[in-house]
Design a protein around this ligand. Structure first.
Ligand SMILES: [Zn+2]
Length: 291
């Protein structure tokens, strides 16, 4: 007797495919998406794992009503050339102006380092933001940018770090996108159970005040303390290019498990995702109202 193979069609159900337009940002869903990214294991630039994550991100974005493009380049690292790729999702508006929400999806090359908070949380946050932006009418173009190569391959320096954001800032300067940008807001390490952002002092004061004042008005003052200092992150190449840019980073979570194998899913909670998602969905229309 012949046996015929049974073909099982597994339809990958993405968050956007399952969601009707206009659903609010969900911290719980962002945490689930972070877990899916982290499940690919260590994801340093150029690794097979980050290529798989890239395919997952593209699959997730496919049904969110955005235009997805790739900004591919070669990172000149101390270990030699590394292929890298920023992923850009554009939700088109009508004004000709643009707002960018950004974060990195690579993880630092360290033994057994899966970067749940550092690399994972920004990925899950941006993917859930795509779900929340789906089908909402826009004034300005909204870009969600997933940076590759945020981490230093060896030790952090001007030339060994921020490969993806340096590349995109140069590209957007050359093609004129920079001049259309009203604001760029970068998120990094926002998944810690105890969520407290740094008052990052390289950031544009007017944009930082807008986000902090919005957080206060929504009752989240504990997450928005007005103390901190300068931190170098993916916003810096844009600050240096004259963009009104802001870094949203909870660097207090760095005290114990930053860049160690302890940066795993058990350290994360929904709260930071929720707070930041809801605050930024209030901030974006405020920015759109600005001329
Ligand atoms: Zn890091």
């Amino acid at each position: 007797m012949h046996r015929f193979p049974v073909l099982v069609l597994i339809v990958a159900a993405t968050a956007c495919a399952q969601t009707s337009p206009g659903r609010n940002f969900s911290g719980a869903e962002a945490l689930v998406l972070t877990g899916k990214a982290v499940a690919f294991g260590p994801r340093p630039s150029g690794s097979p794992a980050i290529a798989k994550l890239r395919a997952f991100i593209r699959q997730q974005l496919a049904s969110c009503g955005c235009e997805v493009s790739a900004d591919s380049f070669t990172g000149r690292t101390p270990d030699g050339p590394v292929p890298m790729e920023n992923i850009i999702a554009k939700f088109p508006g009508k004004s000709g102006r643009a707002i960018a929400i950004t974060g990195h999806y690579d993880t630092k090359k360290l033994p057994n380092f899966v970067g749940a908070n550092d690399g994972g949380s920004s990925t899950g946050f941006l993917l859930e933001m795509a779900v929340a932006l789906k089908g909402r009418p826009r004034v300005d173009d909204i870009y969600l940018v997933f940076f590759d190569g945020e981490e230093a391959v060896h030790d952090w320096s001007d030339t060994d770090s921020l490969y993806g954001s340096r590349h995109l800032a140069a590209k957007w300067t050359a093609d004129g996108t920079i001049r259309r940008l009203k604001a760029l807001i970068n998120v990094d390490m926002i998944g810690d159970k105890i969520f407290r952002l740094a008052w990052e002092t390289n950031s544009a004061p007017s944009l930082r005040n807008l986000v902090w004042d919005t957080g206060d008005a929504m009752g989240y003052s504990a997450a928005f303390p007005r103390q901190g200092g300068p931190i170098e992150d993916d916003h810096m190449p844009f600050i240096n290019a004259g963009v009104r840019a802001l870094d949203l980073i909870d660097f207090e979570s760095a005290n114990s498990f930053w860049h160690t194998p302890e940066d795993a899913m058990d350290k994360l909670g929904e709260q930071g995702f929720d707070v930041l998602g809801l605050v930024l969905l209030k901030v974006i229309p405020e920015l759109e109202r600005e001329k």
